[in-house]
Design a protein around this ligand. Structure first.
Ligand code: FAD
Length: 452
């Protein structure tokens, strides 16, 4: 009997959060699935790593209450949010060398009043700046946090008369933190979308969520277990080298000259790999040309191990006008005295070697916390392609999940979710592609039932 798309497993290529979400969703709907991941572990950019004796994440990650799809997926596979994540209302503080710190605290009020109050009571900024931020936020609410024509965040803030002091102390760190792209080139559309998702619906959307366990144990590990116990198979160390396409339809993939047949494939690799796999195929040239315009931006994480008694006193602490942007206390994960210092986006630090980078970061931390001893050891993780660059008009070049090839779908943070490169964007994209296949299977089943 000729296998139908109903009986052949769907292949998901790439075991990052997008691929995992897609495979899990298929497994949840009783659709056989094979997840192929080239690395020896799943999780992609959001994976756990061992660097010498340090068991950490491939860069510190943080989630938001607005990560609806991710939180829903965890629930659906039986992961209790409280077991893997800790949540608290948005509260941010920034150190400024030689100036008063800035702090933003959301009160226990419904959205968007919690934002209004937080802006009005921003510490470290003049009343004039606070009122200006409030007016700006109200304007955004009126327009539903959208703009028709994209422009840079810097231009947008200038149009709304946000002062340099306000930009430096509030909008700039929020923009680089959310988009991993500097203000002068960052897309106002994507920035506003992020602000809208966090502040315009429920108060809990702006909650900060930090993991209680390493990233691999939040989603990748429980999801792989779920897939394997629901008609699925996860195969690690399997690098897909070609997509097989015949007469406009996907027929499978190859790994080291071995073919695996499939009528449906979700390609959930980073955009650079996806483009390489798509490029030999004529039907996909337009998508490849579009994707060629995507750029990447880096994130560096410097792990500083202090004496175990050292505490930050809060989950995270920002820093303005320094190379270091955020310090996270890994004591939250039981790693006492370990601080993760995050530097998002481009900067001169990328030209420095690890020794110089660690010295600079350690000096900045010492200026903020003069009572701390010098760190006992340090490690740097540089992720050159941490995220795609959320630059002006980038949404025009982000491909849709649907492709010109029958049965081939794209997933990944870079696809056109309208969100910046985030775990939530990855999960949403994976679930979306899976849902299209689930819908097709359900249609096919209904048609078969009608025939019999
Ligand atoms: C340092 C750092 C900090 C970050 N901080 C945050 C944060 O705080 N909050 C947040 O929401 N997001 C954050 N992000 C972004 C987030 O990690 C990504 O958006 C998300 O992990 C992307 O998932 P993905 O599945 O789309 O892609 P990836 O994670 O890149 O997954 C793609 C997978 O495909 C595999 N693959 C590649 N080629 C092949 C092939 N030929 N065959 C088979 N498999 C293949 C790869 O090995 C990889 O596992 C951060 C990213 C980094 C790097």
């Amino acid at each position: 009997m000729k296998p139908t798309s109903e009986t052949r497993p769907v292949i998901v290529v790439g075991g990052g959060w997008a691929g995992i979400a897609a495979a899990t969703e298929l497994a949840r709907h009783d659709i056989p699935v094979i997840l192929l991941e080239s690395a020896k572990q799943s999780g992609g950019r959001a994976r756990s790593v061992n660097v010498d004796e340090l068991h950490v994440d491939n860069g510190q990650h943080m989630l938001l209450g607005a990560y609806e799809s991710t939180l829903d997926l965890l629930r659906k596979i039986g992961v209790n949010e409280n077991d893997v994540l800790q949540r608290k209302p948005l509260s941010l503080q920034w150190y400024r060398p030689g100036k008063k710190p800035v702090s933003l605290n959301t009160p226990n009020l419904p959205a968007p009043f919690h934002l209004a109050w937080a802006l009005l009571t921003l510490k470290g900024l003049s009343l004039r700046n606070r009122l200006s931020a409030l007016r700006f936020a109200r304007q955004l609410e009126k327009t539903g946090f959208t703009i028709d024509n994209d422009c840079s965040v810097a231009d947008f803030l200038a149009q709304h008369r946000q002062s340099p002091a306000l930009i430096h102390a509030l909008w700039e760190p929020l923009c680089i933190g959310a988009l991993n792209t500097h203000l002068h080139e960052a897309s106002a559309q994507i920035f506003l979308r992020t602000l809208g998702d966090s502040f315009s619906h429920a108060r809990s959307d702006s909650d900060l969520l930090l993991t209680r366990v390493n990233l691999g144990s939040v989603l990748p590990k429980p999801a792989m277990d779920y897939i394997e116990t629901h008609k699925g198979s996860v195969r690690l160390g399997q690098r897909v080298s070609t997509l097989c396409i015949e007469n406009g339809s996907i027929t499978g993939v190859t790994i080291d000259n071995t073919s695996i047949a499939a009528s449906e494939v979700i390609l959930a690799t980073p955009h650079t790999t996806a483009r390489r796999l798509l490029s030999p195929h004529g039907l996909l040239q337009e998508t490849c040309q579009q994707m060629a315009r995507l750029q990447d931006r880096p994130i560096c994480t410097v792990y500083l191990q202090f004496d175990k008694t050292v505490r930050l006193g809060r989950w995270l602490h920002g820093s303005l006008g320094t190379v270091s942007q955020w310090i996270f206390d890994r004591g939250l994960y039981g790693q006492q005295g370990l601080m993760a210092v995050v530097i998002s986006g481009d900067g001169e630090h990328l030209q420095w070697d690890n020794q110089k980078l660690c010295a600079q970061v350690a000096a900045e931390v010492a200026a903020q916390y003069p009572q701390w001893p010098t760190p006992r050891s340090q490690q740097v993780i540089r992720e050159k392609r941490a995220t795609f660059a959320s630059t002006v008009n980038v949404n025009q070049y982000r491909p849709n999940a649907e492709t010109a090839v029958q049965g081939l779908w794209l997933a990944g943070d870079y696809t056109n979710t309208l969100l910046p490169a985030t775990l939530e964007g990855a999960v949403r994209s994976g679930r979306y592609s899976a849902q299209q296949i689930i819908n097709a299977h359900q249609r096919q089943r209904r048609q078969q039932q009608e025939k019999t």
